[in-house]
Ligand binder design. Sequence first.
Ligand code: KG4
Ligand code: ZN
Length: 363
Amino acid sequence: MGLMAIEACGGINMSDRTYILGIESSCDETSCAVVADGGEVLSNVVASQVDLHAKYGGVVPEIASRAHIEAINSVIAEAIELASIPIDQISAVAVANQPGLIGSLLIGLMAAKTLAWVHGLPLVGVNHIYAHAYSPAIDSEPIEYPALAMVASGGHTALYRCDSPIELELLGSTIDDAAGEAFDKVANILGLGYPGGPVIDKLARGGNPKAVDFPRSLLKGQSLDFSFSGLKTAVLYHVNGVPGARRKPSQPEVGLENLSESDIADIAASFQAAVVDVLKIKLRRAAKIAKPKSLVIGGGVSANSGLRQGAAELADALGCSLRLPALKYCQDNAAMIAGAGYHYLKAGLTAGLDLDARATVSR
Ligand code: KG4
Ligand code: ZN
């Protein structure tokens, strides 16, 4: 391994293997990874802040930024040490510069710029949602294109037609809550703590998905956008009653304190079934447009067992391959940033030290 066969690639030295150092700090994970050739993970260090935010029931941006500052240097040092690659064999520094919490993004971006400047390395800005759509290729086979990708996380729910790891066309996105956000809010309503996705997923396995007929909001016509706020409100009203409505004597008492463990499992299962149904219906609609060879699911919600099973059924019906990230690459991680960054670098899409962080990406 090493700098044996060096070829010029847009002014950038590419060894026979291309090692990218990736940095991710878009939300509440501080992560650094070294990845070879867009897929082989040499190291992927993730420092999660989940314990810091749990007591607030969600990510507090100010706390997240401070925790990134405290963690970033040691996370980078550990990733480089674990990779056992001298820094002079790294080809570029890739960083998630959008979208995300602006204060959080800026910490990773400053660290990436510093490394790039000190070591004279190209800097690559990576859209972190695109990286989620690439995450099934990490430590796995390349994705076959065109692909239909759905990224469902705590901050985003979006559908893309992808022609390559870096050519993504947005087909639809959420108009209110993201799918992961709905899991987190419903878990909060059910008193299950934060983050909500894993615990609802676990409880749903023991509940009846048909117990409560929660709404499936599909929006008008053949819309490929998503809306989850109505579903969240339906769960709230189911648990606490509709505000102002009178309870008939024949109806059970409302309120969380009146629900049994099995009631809560039934609500979790019914809520999860509603989310998975909506995601599947939108994927099926989008597949008519994208005509994909692969169905790709990424983002924190792609860890959901109901969604993984539903996606497998759908891919079978569509006759395309299903690409799911390994569970450790569902959540935010720098391996997917370094992996996607490799393709940006190959395409010559490097950035200057004036690269900006952006909270949102325009459609
Ligand atoms: O991608 P991610 O780590 O961070 C963002 O970019 O937002 O996603 C975090 C989200 C949280 O909302 C969390 O509740 C959800 O992913 N999540 C899940 C599961 N595991 C994590 N949602 C449903 N089922 C799961 N098993
Ligand atoms: Zn994410």
